[in-house]
Design a protein around this ligand. Structure first.
Ligand code: UD1
Length: 346
């Protein structure tokens, strides 16, 4: 039986946690990653957790020939999970071509290579960004909520990639896809051996919180307290990265073992919205560490509030995001401490 999964971007934040869950479930893995937003030490972390090193190839998915040469070496691939993509919203506004080229070319190459080599199943990393700011009657967001016009080139690449996958499915009866729309992934593996590795100044909330708590940044800037929310700060659905990783295994097994629809979409969230200020207070309570913060103006392009209705994933994938928030925040802090002790040793 074919038992190997191609994981593009498997050295990245969500990818690495997914590789761990796949290997612990008994799958073989080959990671294709150009380390553009990660580090080779992630592969060591995976090996330490699982007790076995995943196959890893340093190749850019945009490089068709090298990418296909990797795939040619394996005759046991049953599916691909496609994480490899650029993901910084602000950077995508400044460098739209880089985003369109990387995110779309990588997917096109992957789909063509899959077609050439008889690989019929793909799980795709999409995002709740495709819903934009849902209207109040669409909150919490189900998969039936309309996709709204993207607010950034990054968001637009998620729209376009979802559409490309749907078109490919229409043209090929044996092709199956699951589109996973993530809400806000946070936290790190409980071992503190893998986690998020932001490049430079973090854009996302949690890495900024942990770096501030560690004294690497003087204060957290809370972007706006004048939103139409109970405490005025923005609301998101923060999902534990390990729970999210497990959803990929559930999605993969559904595609491989169940006679499911050719393309299925699932929202991956907790179903609970938390404000930025609730995260700040929750972090302080979970870790006992004081977090200096200041309210500043709104960040351009931020939406006010969004959280998931995960019922479809709960019932169809038999998966649920269950980790308590304090445990998630503590895992993020432990990971930050691990990074600091590693830096001190060097
Ligand atoms: C956005 C996208 C998400 C995408 C992600 C990639 C939406 C709803 N979400 O996440 O799909 O995958 O970018 O990066 O479009 N905040 C602060 N101070 C900070 C940093 C963040 O107050 O220093 C606040 C933000 O204003 C926001 C919340 O924290 O309210 C979360 O921000 P962030 O972690 O950047 O994620 P999103 O912008 O929600």
């Amino acid at each position: 039986m074919k038992n190997r999964v191609l994981v593009t971007g498997g050295a990245g934040y969500i990818g690495s946690h997914t590789v761990v869950e796949l290997m612990q479930t008994g799958y073989e893995v080959v990671i294709v990653d150009n380390l553009s937003n990660s580090d080779i030490s992630v592969i060591d972390g995976i090996e330490q957790i699982v007790g076995k090193r995943p196959d890893f190839v340093n190749v850019d998915c945009q490089d068709y020939v090298s990418f296909e040469n990797v795939i040619k070496k394996y005759d046991d691939l049953c599916a691909a999970i496609h994480f490899a993509a650029s993901k910084a919203v602000g950077e995508s506004v400044e460098k739209p071509l880089l985003y369109y080229r990387n995110n779309i070319t990588s997917l096109l190459n992957l789909l063509e290579i899959m077609q050439n080599h008889g690989i019929h199943n793909i799980v795709f990393s999409s995002s709740c960004t495709v819903y934009g700011q849902p209207s109040d009657e669409n909150l919490p967001v189900t998969e039936k909520a309309p996709r709204l016009e993207a607010l950034s080139p990054y968001g637009n690449t998620k729209h376009i990639c979802e559409d490309i996958i749907c078109d490919q499915s229409r043209a090929n009866s044996s092709f199956k896809a699951i589109l996973l729309r993530y809400f806000n992934p946070i936290g790190a593996h409980p071992s503190a051996l893998i986690g998020e590795l932001p490049n430079g100044v973090p854009n996302n909330l949690l890495p900024f919180v942990t770096q501030t708590a560690a004294g690497l940044r003087s204060e957290l800037k809370v972007f706006g307290d004048d939103y139409n929310t109970p405490d005025g700060s923005c609301i998101r659905d923060y999902i534990y990265v390990v729970d999210l990783a497990k959803a990929h295994v559930a999605a993969l097994e559904r595609m491989l073992k169940v006679d499911s629809e050719p393309v299925e979409v699932f929202n991956l969230g907790t179903g609970k919205g938390l404000s930025v200020l609730e995260i700040v207070r929750g972090f302080e309570q979970a870790t006992g560490v004081k977090l200096p913060y200041r309210i500043v103006g709104r960040r351009e392009g931020d939406i006010e509030k969004v959280w998931a209705d995960p019922t479809k994933a709960n019932t169809v994938l038999h998966w649920k995001a269950e980790t308590p928030t304090d445990q998630i925040l503590l895992s993020a802090w432990r990971w930050q401490q691990h990074l600091m002790s590693k830096a001190n040793k060097q």
